[in-house]
Ligand binder design. Structure first.
Ligand SMILES: O=C(O)CCC(=O)C(=O)O
Ligand SMILES: [Mn+2]
Length: 205
């Protein structure tokens, strides 16, 4: 059984979602006037990269495009890929300022993922790389198609997977023990769909 966003309809923006062993908060809109315009600008202006990843001894193209921006000296390593931060663009800085004041947190970098269509995806994982420190605060901003965002408890089989719909312009804050206890991902889907760009604002220690 998979719970859906409808289970959380009555949780106000920015309040903790009733999910055990996690601290997740959702703002359905960050208040951008033109989400479609932001999506188009991100797709055209970000320096997207197609990375090759090596998993279980096999190398293959990652099923999405990625980019990493941040303060000088930040770099991020996962699944054998090392990304060195490009300097903040004007638009990314504006988004960062907006997200920081909404979430009352501060960030020094952003990892961007571009899901071109329904075939692009991200496997279940936790953001628990050492450079994020323990219990990282991560703000996940989505533009474009509301793809399924799936959460699976790492240790308890008696807890159902949770499916969140992240609308265009929404912000999902993941903090506390979320990464310790849960994995998350964006599965491929069979129904064709348009593009989605997700930005995860992070602090690299
Ligand atoms: O696209 C998403 O919503 C998830 C992105 C994510 O989990 C990540 O960048 O680590
Ligand atoms: Mn993640």
């Amino acid at each position: 059984m998979t719970a859906s966003i409808s289970d959380f309809f009555d949780v106000p923006n920015g309040m903790p979602l009733p999910i055990p062993d996690a601290d997740l908060r959702l703002w359905r809109s960050m208040g951008c006037d033109d989400n479609a315009g932001v999506l188009a600008a991100l797709i055209s202006d970000i320096r997207w990269r197609q990375e090759q990843v090596t998993l279980w001894g096999r190398t293959y193209p990652q099923p999405r495009l990625v980019a990493f921006y941040g303060d000088g000296g930040c770099s991020y390593r996962y699944s054998g890929v090392t990304l060195t931060a490009l300097p903040w663009s004007h638009d990314l800085r504006l988004l960062k300022d907006k997200v920081e004041s909404l979430c009352d947190a501060s960030f020094n970098s952003v990892l961007l993922n571009y899901y071109r269509d329904q075939r692009d995806s991200m496997g279940l994982h936790a953001d628990d790389e050492p450079e994020l420190g323990s219990n990282p605060v991560i703000a996940s901003v989505s533009f474009g198609e509301a793809r399924r965002f799936v959460l699976k408890h790492r240790y308890r089989d008696d807890i159902d997977r949770i499916r969140l719909e992240l609308p265009s312009g929404s912000v999902l804050l993941m903090q506390g023990e979320t990464q310790v206890n849960w994995k998350h991902g964006v599965p491929k889907q069979s129904k064709s769909c348009g593009p989605r760009v997700n930005l995860t604002f992070r602090t690299i220690l």
